[in-house]
Design a protein around this ligand. Sequence first.
Ligand code: SAH
Length: 349
Amino acid sequence: MDSLSLILQAQTQNVLSQEQLLQLLQDPHIDKALFQAADRVRQKYVGNAVHLRALIEFTNICRNNCAYCGLQAQNTAVTRYRMTEDKIYALAHKAAKWGYKTVVLQGGEDGFFTVQRLVPLLRRIKALGLAITLSIGERPFEEYQAFKQAGADRYLLRIETTDKALYEKYNPAMSFENRLRCLEDLKRLNYEVGTGILVGLPGQTAQSLAQDLLFFKRFQPDMVGLGPFIPCPNTPLSDAPAPQLTPALKVMALTRLLLPDINIPATTAMEALQPNGRLQALQSGANVIMPNVTEGEERQNYALYPGKAAAAQAPQNLRQELEQKLHAIGRHIGTGYGGHKGRKGVPCC
Ligand code: SAH
């Protein structure tokens, strides 16, 4: 079948085979048609609201050495920080005051934040009436369970790539099986689960991206977040080729065709690569933005990749500026919790 017919078919049937995915990923002439199809599916299934999640980057200390990540343990050029529980709470409080309904607590894999430390903090934040998303990497089932019981609603853990050999090459001392185990555990515990990948890792093929998309379809996450891999100084992949936005947008648009009602963020890495990258993403299948409310030095030091801290505006002006930009493209800020529509978890509206 020709690529345009394939896109139209996928728009209504939400199915694509590996070969069909490969064809679309490799066809350079259909980008616009693909983005428009994903935009229509987005509008039909999740509407024009854009849900905001306030991102708090609470520690940049990490035990791992992911080759792509600026915060890897071996990177001695990073000034490390760890916020106190009171500081994290204060930021969550501000986010609630500014009208956010969800906070995302993200950090490196920092052993300081034990269950004993995090549970009371989650309870306090929960009392603000916020939905809580955690993004703190791999933990045992019991810890995920304790966080859930303390009020965590969602968990973000990207699979990064489903190519096991590539995964284990870039995540030394980590196992692909354990990553999958974590995702399965989170699902079993009834979290709203977000996963995703990096697009453009050296050695990643179109074949492997097609496999990633089929994994999303099989795993049925509540959210998929993906972005371009941006080479970061002082990491083993610092000299990788310059990143590109279009391939990441294509994988994102295909994700929307396959999983029509999930939440898909327009990611910061997209904005870091190209001004208005996030707006483009919102018109190519995305329906969520995660504004960074981390302030000051910590914001500068949470440097997963270059250009990140500057990509988002200052937290105070963020909402208003965003509101104006969204109105210009016929969208508005969602007023509810923005849960996955197809599931009875966090309320969607
Ligand atoms: N420690 C947590 C949070 C990781 S940071 C965890 O393991 O889940 C969130 C995401 O940033 C990662 O999952 C990765 O996909 C992305 N990221 C890391 N380095 C990046 C880079 N150089 N370019 C683009 N995205 C990157």
